[in-house]
Write a protein that binds this ligand. Structure first.
Ligand code: 8DG
Ligand code: MG
Ligand code: MG
Length: 145
């Protein structure tokens, strides 16, 4: 029998450096709505993990970067029900800063990401992953006021 699909929890991290954030181009199956769009580092919350632990772990696994001062920002509900492989994520957005401001990101999961780079908040690349596009268009800003 087919398993009933359920929403999963994602954690995505805005790493802030000056006026910039770290984004990478997602590589997924073509037809998937996120393919080739720019997204934040992040991934799935594991059993027993805190949001902070998940953010720190995913950033380290995907970019090699060490982050600190992780803070919860907001949560969004993201159904990807029209994708070829439908999914649904409740996504926790965090912000953080680099432990060592001189540390450079590495592309540690080249099958999932085309590479990481810093992008000025006022000049973000396109196309953004739609959950990001949507939250930014609604006026969301991850920088401390
Ligand atoms: P894992 O095996 O390392 O745990 O997972 P992953 O391969 O790193 O997962 P992911 O796709 O990067 O993140 C999980 C889901 O979170 C993703 O499929 C959809 C949702 N998500 C958003 N916005 C963002 C975002 O900006 N970045 C990331 N990484 N995930 C996001 O809705
Ligand atoms: Mg990951
Ligand atoms: Mg990821």
């Amino acid at each position: 029998m087919e398993k009933t699909p359920v929403p999963r929890v994602g954690v995505a991290v805005y790493i802030l450096k000056g006026n910039s954030v770290l984004l990478g181009r997602r590589l997924s199956s073509s037809g998937d709505s996120s393919h080739a769009t720019f997204a934040l580092p992040g991934g799935h919350l594991e059993f027993g993990e805190s949001f902070d632990e998940c953010g720190v772990r995913e950033v380290k696994e995907e970019t090699g970067l060490d982050i600190e001062k992780t803070e919860f920002l907001t949560v969004t509900n993201n159904p990807f029900v029209n994708d070829p492989k439908p999914s649904h994520y409740v996504v926790i957005f965090m912000r953080a800063v680099l432990s060592d401001p001189l540390q450079q990101p590495q592309n540690l999961e080249p099958s999932k990401c085309g590479g990481w780079d810093w992008y000025d908040w006022d000049d973000l690349p396109s196309p953004l992953f739609w959950p990001l596009e949507k939250m930014i268009k609604s006026g969301f800003n991850p920088f401390p006021v």
